[in-house]
Design a protein around this ligand. Structure first.
Ligand code: PHE
Length: 360
């Protein structure tokens, strides 16, 4: 075959490919013009068929690679025009569909209430913690926080609980295995030590936070719970100040009619120490299961800060005295809302949590 013949042959072949492309496009145009679109589902089917990632426009575009270099410009123009045509047809169809649905809006009953947006609610422990904080803030206490992973000094030794002190067994402690000096705090008294060490007096703080004890989980005990502890250190602070502060707190928390009693107790970090009971809210003192038929429930421990604790923090115990108290938020929440099982607080069951809608 001579060269001239070969070129003629190739030219005819290429022309043939272009013709095929043009014919294909013309057929598709007819098909598209005839397609019927009534619903948004039809519209979506149209989009997928022609404009989708595996759609017709994409596949016909891929034919560009078969077009010879000198024809690419013309073929590109052809394909691009086709693409624009399909896209504008799609726009027209979708405008038709949305004006159709606009019409159906006329049949909506505007007097029906709107869809409600579900709102979350505060966790009951949070509600009560905030309430406790706001009561003490009105008495001039400010909030102090500290780490949940503590060292032995702040959680025990500084609080007059040296190593091997039997009272350490009162609080089953989680130790951090890599470092026996580290532990999960068993009370927020550790925060009080940190604040006293700063040496700024007088000091009037409350310390809310999560604490950990290695207890078997049951309706009445958990391996973590929440506390608010309080501390007031100044010159001439007395046990009478402590009682008055706590009387104010329980009346604000539980109402004017609540009865209170103090029982002598023991804590290594306070002397004298006491526990405070309130009259049972469930049976109003008549005796029930919650108060174990006594009519009283214990809500907190308290006492005058032990002089050794003050000295451990560099405070002159001849000049300053102070009181401290500590309560479990779960206990108070259970009494306030009559929740019988502690585990409900950490299970995150929405049916339980949705019942608490206080703004606090
Ligand atoms: N730290 C004690 C506890 O966790 C509570 C307490 C605090 C008692 C302050 C007396 C004074 O049980």
């Amino acid at each position: 075959m001579n060269q001239k013949l070969l070129l003629t042959f190739l030219f005819a072949y290429y022309l043939c490919r272009m013709d095929q492309l043009i014919a294909k496009i013309e057929n598709y145009k007819k098909e598209i013009a005839a397609s019927v679109v009534h619903t948004s589902d039809d519209l979506e089917a149209f989009r997928i068929k022609y404009l989708g990632t595996k759609g017709l426009v994409k596949s016909i575009m891929s034919e560009m690679k078969n077009v010879p270099a000198d024809q690419k410009k013309a073929a590109g123009q052809l394909l691009n025009d086709f693409k624009i045509l399909v896209e504008s047809h799609f726009e027209t169809l979708s405008a038709g569909i949305s004006s159709h649905s606009q019409k159906s809006i006329q049949f909506i009953d505007y007097t029906l209430p709107g869809d409600t947006i579900p709102l979350g609610s505060r966790h009951p422990i949070n509600i009560i913690q905030n309430k406790i904080i706001s009561i003490f803030q009105r008495l001039g206490f400010s909030v102090a926080e500290g780490p949940e992973i503590e060292d032995d000094w702040h959680n025990f030794s500084a609080l007059n609980l040296p190593e091997n002190h039997p009272a350490r067994d009162m609080q089953d402690t989680f130790y951090i295995s890599q470092n026996p000096d580290w532990l999960l705090r068993t009370h927020t008294s550790s925060v009080q030590i940190r604040e006293m060490e700063k040496g700024i007096l007088p000091l009037r703080i409350i310390c809310p936070g999560r604490v950990y004890r290695n207890e078997t989980i049951s309706a009445r005990a958990h391996c973590f719970f929440h506390q608010v502890e309080g501390l007031y250190i100044a010159e001439q602070v007395s046990f009478a100040d402590l009682k008055q502060t706590l009387y104010f707190f329980v009346k604000e928390m539980f109402g004017e009619d609540i009865k209170v009693r103090f029982r002598p107790s023991y804590f290594p970090f306070t002397e004298p120490s006491a526990e405070m009971d309130i009259s049972c809210l469930i049976c109003e003192g008549k005796g029930c299961n919650v108060c174990k038929k006594t009519g009283w429930v214990e809500i907190l421990g308290c006492g005058m800060v032990h002089p050794k604790v003050l000295e451990n923090c560099g405070i002159d115990s001849e000049k300053y005295t102070g009181f401290a108290f500590g309560m479990g938020i779960e206990r108070i929440t259970m009494l306030k809302y009559q929740v019988k099982d502690l585990r409900l607080f950490s299970e995150n069951d929405a049916r339980f949590l949705q019942q608490f809608t206080s703004a606090l």
